[in-house]
Design a binder for this molecule. Structure first.
Ligand SMILES: *[C@@H]1O[C@H](CO)[C@@H](O)[C@H](O)[C@H]1NC(C)=O
Length: 356
């Protein structure tokens, strides 16, 4: 090969690499610093030191909290303890969530809960809790029935499927059916790193019911929080490294039609919908580098964002609470209930705030 050709090839490769590095820095917001925004009445929940990755609040004020997530490339402050589902009653002033007992026969020792979702069966008011579980880093959807009098979860079934290869979050739409988001296309750790670095938009949303499993959206960089509008007509899905909430119309056959993507200028994690106003709340990561490369001198930050009128031409995006990591690190979700805000984190504490 001629020297000139070799030089040209090397140059082209370097240019491509440079472009990918710049693109990666942009998507990960690795130079981003935050301006704190405080809320006056916030208290940390007691006993949560190793994550409160996802939070779901029932109409009666009971909040489910998943804790103890162990995930590739993320720090964990209680590596020897299995994950748990905690419950907190927002109708009283308690700051102490308690763990739910899980029925015999379920392997609690390898429980590694991630995204969660609830479904209430209108026929008999049964409450089902769906949990994304990663035992030995697999992706399994566990379906439980919640028995409030016994403070317990009865395990009903485990769902595995090749399209559910790297599930991050789910939203239940029936006693046995759900939409799920995949955060990576690849399952192997090294390939996940390559995928994140190259910025491949290969992840998908999947609809699952016992007789029907299919991809209903593709082309996401990293699917994350997923939830449903109060009128059940729309699905909202976070695309972490695209910084967007994607809005889809839900069709009769459960397929999804993309409507739009709203840019929040942060790495959007789990989503929740205010049951009264329909506003979307999310925990975001202002800087992915700080989240992944844990450094006590330069802590990961937290950011709680509210999106009002997402279906209008001009949604209102407000940063309601922003913290530099001194109080809570790595916020992953935010949910509201009757003037209260709960903020969860990937691997740190949880916060309860009174709004206004
Ligand atoms: C973080 O914020 C707190 C108070 O809001 C402040 O005391 C502290 O110095 C800040 N830390 C850094 C590293 O900026």
């Amino acid at each position: 090969m001629g020297t000139l050709l070799k030089l040209a090839l090397v140059g082209a490769l370097l240019a491509l690499l440079g472009e990918r590095i710049m693109n990666f820095c942009h998507r990960s917001k690795i130079f981003n610093e935050v301006k704190p925004v405080d809320l006056p009445n916030c208290q940390l929940l007691k006993g949560i030191e190793a994550g409160s990755e996802d939070i779901e609040i029932l109409p009666n004020g009971l909040a489910f909290i998943s804790t103890g997530l162990k995930y590739p490339m993320l720090v964990n402050f209680a590596p020897d303890e299995p994950g748990q589902i905690l419950i907190l009653d927002l109708k009283d002033d308690s700051l102490s969530p308690s763990p739910l007992r899980i029925s015999k026969g379920f392997d609690s020792s390898s429980f590694n809960p991630h995204g969660i979702s609830t479904y209430i069966d209108e026929k008999d008011d049964s409450v089902y809790l769906f949990v994304v579980n990663h035992p030995q880093l697999q992706s399994i959807i566990e379906i439980f029935r919640f028995v409030e009098e016994e403070n317990a979860l009865i395990h009903l079934k485990s769902v595995k499927h090749e399209l559910l290869n790297s599930v991050n979050d789910i939203v239940a739409v029936g006693p046995e059916s759900f939409y799920a988001s995949n955060d990576y296309y690849f399952t192997h750790l090294y390939m996940k790193v390559v995928e994140l670095f190259l910025g491949l938009s290969w992840t998908s949303l999947v609809y699952y019911s016992p007789g029907d499993v299919r991809q209903v959206a593709t082309g996401l960089y990293s699917g994350n929080g997923i939830t449903i509008s109060n009128d059940k007509k729309y699905i909202y899905a976070a695309d972490l490294t695209r910084h967007t909430i994607n809005v889809y119309e839900k069709n009769k056959d459960w397929s999804l039609s993309p409507i739009k993507a709203v840019n929040l200028d942060t790495l959007v994690d789990n989503l929740s919908v205010d049951p009264v106003t329909g506003d979307i709340w999310t925990g975001g990561h202002p800087n992915l580098y700080k989240l992944f490369i844990y450094n006590t001198e330069d802590l990961p930050c937290s950011e709680v964002i509210r999106v009002q009128n997402i279906h209008s031409d001009n949604p209102i995006i407000s940063r309601v609470y922003v913290n530099n990591g001194s109080v809570i690190q790595g916020s992953s979700c935010a949910s509201v209930y009757e003037g209260q805000l709960l903020v969860g984190t990937v691997f740190h504490r949880a916060l309860r705030c009174q709004l206004e």
